[in-house]
Design a protein around this ligand. Sequence first.
Ligand SMILES: C[S@@+](CC[C@H](N)C(=O)[O-])C[C@H]1O[C@@H](n2cnc3c(N)ncnc32)[C@H](O)[C@@H]1O
Length: 511
Amino acid sequence: MESLAKSSPGAGPSVVRKAPEHLNSSGLRIEYANGKGRGVYACREIPAQTLIEVSPVLLFSAAEYEEHGKHTVLDHYTFKWRDGRMALALGLGSLFNHSQRPNVSYTIDTEREAIRYTTTRRILPDEELCIFYGHKLWFDPVDAADCIISNGAEEREDGWGGLANLTESDEDNEETNGLPEDWLFDRFNEGKPHDNVPEEELPFTRLKLTPEDVEEEDMDSIRKEEAWVVDLPDPKYTATMLKWLKQSGFDTPTMAHLKRLKSALWPTIYAPRKKYEPEPWSRGKVRWACEAMKEVVKAARAAGEKGELPIAAYVPVPFDEETKVATRMFEPISAHDLRRSACHPLRHCIINLVRAVGELRASSTHSASKSPAPQMTPLVDMASPSPNPTQESPLAVDQVDAALSSRGPQTPSTESQTDAQNGAHYLLTSLTLFTTHEPCIMCSMALLHSRVKEVFYLFPMEKTGGCGSVTCVPRLEGVNHRYAVNRWKLGDEVQKWKERSELAIDEVCDA
Ligand SMILES: C[S@@+](CC[C@H](N)C(=O)[O-])C[C@H]1O[C@@H](n2cnc3c(N)ncnc32)[C@H](O)[C@@H]1O
């Protein structure tokens, strides 16, 4: 699949150059790109969200680079690494050209000193694969979409010569120049997982849910828990008691201290957080939230590619082990909007997800009643909830119904009846939900009914949002459940990124 290029400035005007061969199992080849020098092309169709290249980087210290690299051709290929060193991508990494409408995104893996390149949409055979360099370019860009892809039969013009300095991207550019997703989701990758992240550095803002009329005094009061006193005749019965707690559904995260008491020396202090006091977030937990946000973005993109509205919701496996076991959520679950394919105005992703989680938790409760060991709950993506993983097209709503009912008749067990009565496994109790767009008022209310613990969203919906924009449902007076609302912190560049990332929806659309 070689092609020829003429007039490369690097080689003189009349030299005919052969593009280098490249062995790559992801189906990529190097070819001369119209007006851009070499570029990376697809040999075959490549699905969206495919990891196509992992390029190791060569790192130069700032001093070494200043003295030497800067004065060489390297200067056209290097960029600033997170810690101030200069990086050169090896492999195919340095050959991806720039496009305003990139079809490849990249993430920096500082731990492995590599860059990972992933397709953002389906790629057609012979299409050029491009990334977004940023807004400050040092050359006149030819966009991939404007180029005619040829097989190299005709002569091509080579724009080799506009080489300049990628390092000219300055600090503020670095945060957003083609890496907004890195910036949004990957900046907590380093550091100790147990360290708490100061409130102002969290990647999200917690919306204040305290009703205005809560008195200052109340804010300082200690949260009260109903307490049971169990008189154990012998410490060896502690395990039996904990087992009973679990079986009876009382083993919720608020009972976590009981496990600590089991092995602790008496007396033990149990200090519940103050009412309305925000929960501290460790770096590890922030990473968990970032990963969940990445997943929901991926799910929304995939939905958009299938012709649905690009809106998705995702419930990850809970961060802490206790909640994971107590909620029996051992697999994540996601859903996307199905209004278009189902021709049903109420098939919002949140409604789809609440329903799917409810069904799954109910079914896992049933299966748990057959076996005392925690059951693995299958990942159900409402986009393709078929038990047949090879099925590609999204299932229609009736198929979703069929898939869910194909789990077989489920006679409620005594255990699940107890769970249902005490609310331990009611829909989204104790779970965290991530979504791309601020839920509309209907969905915000559905979330309230679901008893979700907390909600994170990326894009506020100024004209329709029910979690802080038009109104804030969990804050309303008289509601019988409040869930925490967290809005991802987004820089000014995000609107542009949103459009590039194909997640834009009409501002009057209910998400
Ligand atoms: C990192 S290199 C990319 C690989 C390069 N085409 C090569 O053959 O080595 C960056 C250089 O590619 C060229 N380039 C990348 N994207 C371009 C675009 N959209 N339009 C024109 N030239 C581009 C510019 O000359 C830029 O300095």
